[in-house]
Write a protein of this length. Structure first.
Length: 294
């Protein structure tokens, strides 16, 4: 005799809610929550309130909701649900949200047992600690010491952690006492599924200002080339007409053609030539030209 295990109504409700959110949004992302304080999460949730929805659930329920949604690529996104992950749902640009989250991380202390994502270096400093047992503590984590003005100093910059190394309890304690917060914490949009396509974190982070400048430069270069080549369209027409007008005026002035529009230019050019001739004549014979004409 076999018995069928019943599923808790709460779990069914959670899967149903997640499924509806998945189907209602253009972009579904996975956010890693490891080593992030509740206050940081609450602040970022509030900041993104009108742009994205962040929902936490057990990994198994997240995977089930993706499978039930039957959207393109759901099986691919499911593979990224590992560890303390949550869903991020949005109809906004995932690139803008990923960059916002990346720029809004805060400094955080090292915690015992934490895996370091970066190289951590303690700079040369006077710790202000009085000599004693602290010297052996500092030495035990690889920090050199010497006594300066009656207190313990670290005489040179020293690396204490490499990426992938685990933070020891002693190191975490020392860094905290030195008021060193080596890590940045915040939400990280690790991957998104958009229109059936997986986009990872590296490709989500975009230097928008650099792209903007490149586009402006490309547009200006294209306009200059089109004007020089005489390509006429709605964008280049005003520039080409202005250029033709300038060239026509310059030609009219050079051949002395006078009409209502060119008269001032031709007469001005003639006056400049006459003044130059008068100055040249005066240089040869000061009495040749009346002073009031110069």
């Amino acid at each position: 005799m076999s018995s069928k295990r019943s599923i808790a109504p709460r779990k069914i409700e959670t899967v149903s809610k997640l499924k509806n959110l998945i189907q209602k949004h253009q972009t579904i992302g996975i956010v890693q929550m490891e080593s992030i304080g509740a206050k940081t999460v609450q602040k970022l949730r509030a900041d993104l309130r009108n742009r994205a929805t962040i929902v936490a659930a057990k990994n198994t329920l997240m995977r089930r909701a993706l499978a039930d949604s039957k959207i393109d690529g759901s099986d691919l996104l499911s593979e990224y649900i590992k560890g303390p992950a949550v869903f991020l749902f949005t109809n906004d640009s995932p690139y803008q949200i990923a960059n916002y989250l990346d720029k809004n991380k805060v400094k955080a202390p090292a915690k015992a047992g934490q895996i370091s994502p970066i190289t951590v270096t303690v700079s040369k400093m006077n710790t202000g600690f009085l000599p004693g047992g602290v010297i052996s503590e500092l030495n035990s984590i690889g920090l050199p010491t010497r006594i300066e003005d009656g207190t313990v100093a670290i005489p040179s910059d020293t690396q204490v952690l490499a990426p992938g190394e685990r933070v020891s309890a002693t190191l975490a304690s020392i860094l905290t006492r030195l008021e060193i917060e080596p890590f940045l914490v915040g939400l990280s949009l690790d991957v998104v599924l958009e229109n059936g396509e997986i986009i990872d974190h590296e490709n989500l982070i975009v230097d928008f200002e650099s792209y903007r400048n490149d586009l402006i430069f490309a547009h200006q270069s294209a306009m200059n080339l089109a004007v020089e080549a005489g390509i006429l369209n709605s964008d280049t027409a005003p520039l080409l007409i202005s250029k033709a007008k300038r060239n026509a005026f310059a030609l009219a002035a050079s051949i002395g053609y006078i009409n209502e529009e060119t008269a001032s230019m031709v007469l001005g050019r003639a006056h400049a030539h006459a003044l130059a001739l008068a100055r040249a004549a005066s240089a040869v014979d000061a009495s040749a030209v009346p002073a009031e004409l110069l």
